[in-house]
Design a protein around this ligand. Structure first.
Ligand code: PMP
Length: 353
C-alpha cells in the first residue's frame, strides 16, 4: 500500500531524490564506487559540495560575494550556541522572540554568552500564535526568530523589522515559499525536513557580520573557518549534503513559485476540513497558522487513537502530534503531494466515532 508520511522530521523527500540517492549508494555515477566510500577531498565530492552550496544561494537569490552557504553538523540545536558564540559579546544583549520550545532552547544557550531579552512571546497563549514583534533597535547584538514552529504549527507570514542583525531558525519552512532572504544576516536549518536527511545543517551567513566578537572561538565553531575552508574544514556529512543537493536541484527545476502555490493549496485543503469537521479543531490561531505543520486536536480526545488507526488503513501515517501538545500534526513539507493531503481529508470525512 502506498504510504503518505506526514512525519515532522526526518520526513518525506521527493521520490526521485530517494531513487537517485539509493543508486548513488550502490554505484555513484557509474564509477563502480559507492558515494559513501569517496574521500571528501576527491574532485567528485568537492564538486557535490560546491554545487549544493551554490544552489542554496541561487534559490535564495543571494549574492555569493556577500553571503556564504555552509553545511555543518550538530543539527539546528548546535546553532543555538554557535550563533551567540560568534555574534554575542559578553557585555551585549540579544533580542529573541519566544514562539515555543525551539526558541526557548535558543534563549537558554544564548544566555551562556551574553544577556538575552525576550522581546515578544506567545507563551501565555500556549504558543498558539505568532506574537507582535516590536522593531528591535541597534543596541541589541541581534534579533533571533523562529520562522516556523514545528511543534505548535505556527508560522511567521511577515519579516520583522530590526535595526540590528536578524538571525532566523528556518528549520521547518526553508525553501517553502518565495521569501526575501536578503533581509536576514544569518539563516540556519536542520536538513531533515525540507532539504534532506538528518546529519547536515544548512547555515547561510552574511560574511561582513563575522569577526566582531572579542572572545576566542573554538576552531570548529567559528563560521569564518568554515567559510575559508569551503565547508570542508573537517569531514563534512558528505552523503547528507549530496541528498540535499538532489533536493535543491529538484526544487530549482520545479521553481519556488510552483512549490509555494502547491504548499498554499495543500494547507488550505486541510485547514478547510479541520474548520468544517465537527470532530476536529485547529491548534494555531487564524493568522498564525503554519503551512508546513498543521496541528489539530479532537474535541473528544478519547477518539484520537481510533482516528490514527483509521488513517493508517489508508496509508496515512505519522500524524500523531508532538508529545508536548498532543492531538495531531500533519507536516506538509515540499515533497508531500496534494494527493496525500486529499487522502488525509478523506480519512477525516469518513471517520466515525
Ligand atoms: N528548530 C526547529 C524549528 C526545529 O523544528 C528543530 C527540530 N525539529 C530544531 C530547531 C532542532 O533541530 P535538530 O534536531 O536538527 O537539532
Amino acid at each position: 500500500m502506498k504510504k503518505y508520511n506526514f512525519s515532522a522530521g526526518p520526513s518525506i523527500l521527493p521520490e526521485e531524490v530517494f531513487s537517485k540517492a539509493s543508486e548513488a549508494v550502490k554505484n555513484y555515477n557509474n564509477s563502480g564506487l559507492s558515494i559513501l566510500e569517496y574521500s571528501h577531498r576527491s574532485s567528485e565530492i568537492v564538486e557535490i559540495l560546491e554545487e549544493a552550496r551554490s544552489l542554496v544561494l541561487d534559490l535564495m537569490q543571494l549574492n555569493s560575494n556577500q553571503y556564504s552557504a555552509l553545511f555543518l553538523q550538530g543539527g539546528a540545536s548546535a546553532q543555538f550556541f554557535m550563533v551567540p558564540y560568534n555574534l554575542l559579546d559578553a557585555d551585549k544583549t540579544c533580542a529573541i522572540v519566544d514562539t515555543g520550545k525551539w526558541s526557548a532552547n535558543a534563549i537558554k544557550e544564548a544566555a551562556n554568552f551574553g544577556s538575552v531579552k525576550v522581546v515578544a512571546s506567545s507563551k501565555d497563549n500556549t504558543y498558539r500564535n505568532i506574537p507582535k514583534i516590536p522593531v528591535v533597535c541597534k543596541d541589541f547584538a541581534y534579533l533571533h526568530i523562529t520562522t516556523n514552529n514545528t511543534i505548535y504549527g505556527t508560522q511567521m507570514d511577515f519579516i520583522p523589522q530590526a535595526e540590528t542583525l536578524m538571525i532566523a531558525d528556518m528549520s521547518s519552512d526553508i525553501f517553502s515559499r518565495k521569501w526575501d532572504y536578503s533581509q536576514y544576516d544569518l539563516i540556519y536549518a536542520g536538513a531533515q525536513k525540507n532539504l534532506g536527511p538528518a546529519g547536515a545543517t544548512l547555515v547561510v551567513v552574511k560574511n561582513e557580520i563575522l569577526g566582531k566578537v572579542q572572545r576566542k572561538i573554538p576552531t570548529l565553531l567559528d563560521y569564518q573557518v568554515h567559510i575559508d575552508k569551503k565547508s570542508s574544514f573537517n569531514t563534512p556529512p558528505v552523503f547528507a549534503v549530496y541528498v540535499c543537493g538532489l533536493t535543491l536541484k529538484w526544487l530549482k527545476d520545479l521553481g519556488i513559485d510552483t512549490i509555494e502555490a502547491q504548499n498554499n493549496n495543500k494547507a488550505e485543503l486541510l485547514y478547510k476540513e479541520i474548520d468544517r469537521n465537527p470532530f476536529f479543531e485547529a491548534y494555531a490561531e487564524i493568522g498564525s497558522r503554519s503551512k508546513m505543520n498543521v496541528n489539530f486536536t479532537m474535541l473528544d480526545n478519547s477518539l484520537e487513537d481510533s482516528f490514527i488507526t483509521h488513517c493508517a488503513k489508508s496509508g496515512v501515517v505519522n500524524i500523531k502530534g508532538h508529545r508536548s501538545v498532543g492531538g495531531f500534526r500533519a507536516s506538509l513539507y515540499n515533497a508531500m503531494q496534494v494527493e496525500g493531503v486529499q487522502k488525509l481529508v478523506e480519512c477525516m470525512q469518513s471517520f466515525k466515532a
